[in-house]
Design a binder for this molecule. Sequence first.
Ligand code: GUN
Ligand code: ZN
Length: 495
Amino acid sequence: MDDTFEIRAQDAAGRIGELRVPRAGTTVETPALLPVVNPNLQSIEPDRFPDFGVEMLITNAYIIRGDDELRERALEEGVHELVGFDGPIMTDSGSFQLAEYGEIDVTTPEILQFQSDIGSDVGTPVDIPTSPDADRETVEADLAETEERLRTAESVDTGDMLVTAPIQGGTFEDLRESAARTAAARDLDVFPIGAVVPLLNSYRYAEMADVVAATKRGLGQDAPVHLFGAGHPMTFALAVALGCDLFDSAAYALYAREGRYLTARGTEHLDELEDFPCACPVCSGHDPAELRSMAADERERLLAEHNLHVSMAEIRRIKAAIREGSLLELVEMRAHAHPALLDGYRTMLDHPAQLEATDPASKGTFFHLSADSARRPEVLRHHRRLERLEPPPTLLLSEAGTDSRFDETWRLKPPFGPFPRDLSTTYPFTAEVPERMDDAGYEAAADGVRRLVEVNPDTEVTVAHRDWPATALEAIPDRVTLENLGQGQDHHRDR
Ligand code: GUN
Ligand code: ZN
């Protein structure tokens, strides 16, 4: 892995990174979306990709190798000339065809050699994408074969071409984690998570989140991670927050062929649109009725252009969010566009320690946007810190002002719970929270109180809350004195 990948900024498990591609003599900023180029048919000429913000693309070495004309041209002119793109090119191996058609006629050493011969910048071994519904025995057997091929890949001399180490293991988290650990120890460069396409196609985002989280545990934080076949922009923010760096999209072109119009919130159909909800050049210059009246190939090209524009725009939005520290707010917003994405987000929040490990101590402003916000890693981090704070003998935890009857008054703010007043101006306590807090926010705050009280048995604690729900108050140990301030009332003295 050495100096192939450098991380520049982080938010949750998401990051902005730089992937060094030595054969191309350049670096690619991540998160990056690589449009899939089918060497046989292109809806957008790849030499126009830079106009969309595309830095790198992916094409299929197996398809090129299987076609006499394409193979000869690729070997003579190189893959860059063949597809018409100057920037870095990654190639896939035919594994996807293997999954679709059951067999292919190429080995890992052969396809890696071919990828190297045609000038690919990032090559891929022939991993086995096992169905997510396969039984454990099948997944284990396929994984053993994939791992054997990665071992072989390590010893093929491919010069300065980067080589990927696809991670398989179905939906068995322990297999994904151990496959990732084994792959990370190899002298390979980029780590795609494989066989997630069937999960993504059927909106199984919760399982995808668990698969990515498990893979990340095995890979560690330094490895560049590609989510193979994840091309719908509605999933990018979630996948990035889980720690994915590279994506490839065939969707921009495939969906266009069927009249489908991508947005960062889902998929629309051209036939059902009155207006285009988008500011890209296609949507600014045309309306849906105009596109419907066009010849099929022109309509398909314009739809593909829009689809690629919105996909790249979502990548830029994600990068801006990471720099600003608002990636989790973006994920939450995207999650609310579809119940299945919400399941994915909630499943991601089942791994708070993993998110917390790389989450910056200080970033923008925490926005509490729903009950789920109470499970964010910042809350977990504060609760752990509460166990290290040293309260005085008598302590008031108050949603209102200070009270001099007590040695100290600490602030009490859902979803975090108690904290010393001098932390009020630091992240995350500057949080914007709704006046109408959800029960989960109160319950998380009560859990903070419980933790503080449990590690400080000699401190006399009083909690002054504003109408907290019973589910929150029940979590507070009996020896704590409870005072209800009621809504808007503040009968504490020294406010
Ligand atoms: N494209 C989509 N999924 C996969 C996969 O699991 N392996 C490879 N090599 N390519 C893919
Ligand atoms: Zn558009």
